[in-house]
Design a protein around this ligand. Sequence first.
Ligand SMILES: Cc1cc2nc3c(=O)[nH]c(=O)nc-3n(C[C@H](O)[C@H](O)[C@H](O)COP(=O)(O)OP(=O)(O)OC[C@H]3O[C@@H](n4cnc5c(N)ncnc54)[C@H](O)[C@@H]3O)c2cc1C
Length: 451
Amino acid sequence: MNDNVYEVLIVGGGVSGTALLYELSHYTDIKKMALLEKYEELATLNSNARANSQTIHCGDIETNYTYDKAKHVKRTAKMVEKYCLQYGYEEKLMFKHQKMAIGIGYNECRFMTKRYEEFKTLYPYLELYNKVKLEEIEPALIVDEHGNGRDEEIVGVGTSDEYTTVNFKMLSDTFVENTKKNTDAKTDIFFNAQVDSIKKEDEIYTLLTKDKRTFKAKMIIVNAGAHSLFLAHKMGYGLHYGQLPMAGSFYKADRSILKGKVYMVQNPKLPFAALHGDPDITLEGHTRFGPTALVLPKLERFKPGTYLDFFKTLKLDMNVVKIFSDLFSDKDIRNYILRNYLFEIPYFGKKAFLKDARKIIPSLKMEDIEYAKGFGGVRGQILDKKNKKLMLGEASINTNEGIVFNMTPSPGATSCLGNAERDIKIICAYLNKNFDEAAFNKDLVEEDTNE
Ligand SMILES: Cc1cc2nc3c(=O)[nH]c(=O)nc-3n(C[C@H](O)[C@H](O)[C@H](O)COP(=O)(O)OP(=O)(O)OC[C@H]3O[C@@H](n4cnc5c(N)ncnc54)[C@H](O)[C@@H]3O)c2cc1C
């Protein structure tokens, strides 16, 4: 092999790119790989602990997941848990908290009870909590500021002894640390390496970075978050997709109000996790609420620029206009979008947000919460222009030509090891290499979750 050519090159050092690097180095016979990261360290964007909700979304309390989606997500979510247990990361970067989804009022309570009956075969640990039990385990859900109980009917479905929370930035760092322990493979990491263009010639890809460095590889996996589609479009791939960056912000309270994660029933028309409250693992003794969802005309939160990249990846045309007009003609979605804009406006936003958050915690007051500055990220939601629809989850473009582009809105952090497993199979087939699936399953797959 030409000395300068990597077998596999990964673009992007978030949780997706680093998980893939780890799996390649541990479960394949690929011996020469590299990862190029735009910034000076790993996981500064969506995989950063302050950018996302830190939740292992395994499908048990995500009320918008169908049984089949929950089964699939559970398998990949368990991989994160098994990985962390294998290296002893519990209480370091992976934590157990109580967690639940609550239904409020007649319809939601019936819905939650029915869902509990259906899903407890998949998640035998789930419990159904009535108001009395909820007052005992999560009193803030029941008691208002005057010490009176909540009038409405309420039920919770949840558990108290599962791993629920991960610092995905720390997880990304461990993927690289553990990759480096395998000295049989050459695994190079390059920081401040923003890939600007990718070209293929004679079966070899050449990547040019903004600072004019060149890298060569036989196969490329682009895990560049919201920029994956941007790079795909630059090469003429995925032109049937547009991308709508949906920023998610948070509010916080500077005291512990909740003992664990409390999610609400989610509108299945929306691709975002329902508003929830939980203890923040980066802020001891604080409670976080959110995330909100609003269209932001840039691809990276809290970083300069990327406005032009937004317009380029939106791929605005009549199909995109049709998707928007369909979304806006749905009353629920329209109200949701407008309300989320309101959440960003000083004072009025806080007032409106408080009204929603009080559905979880009736005693919450204006002085309890503040907009969490510097928290939040951008979910690159995919617009399927062919079918004129907003896609609800992740998307991947496998060109079958040795380059794959992954778009990873929520629950992309939870699925990092599962997505990497999918890509490893594509890589090994393309490069004629071997994937040690038995070792992978033994280390990372929980037996009863194989589909
Ligand atoms: C508000 C919010 C809440 C969320 N909550 C959850 C949750 O609770 N649980 C969950 O599982 N998921 C959640 N998600 C989704 C999750 O954060 C993402 O799916 C996940 O972090 C995606 O990881 P990634 O590595 O694919 O992308 P990113 O973390 O965005 O990383 C992409 C990397 O690529 C680099 N890059 C970009 N362009 C280039 C380039 N040209 N050259 C080189 N490098 C480049 C970037 O610098 C970055 O490091 C949430 C997201 C948001 C916004």
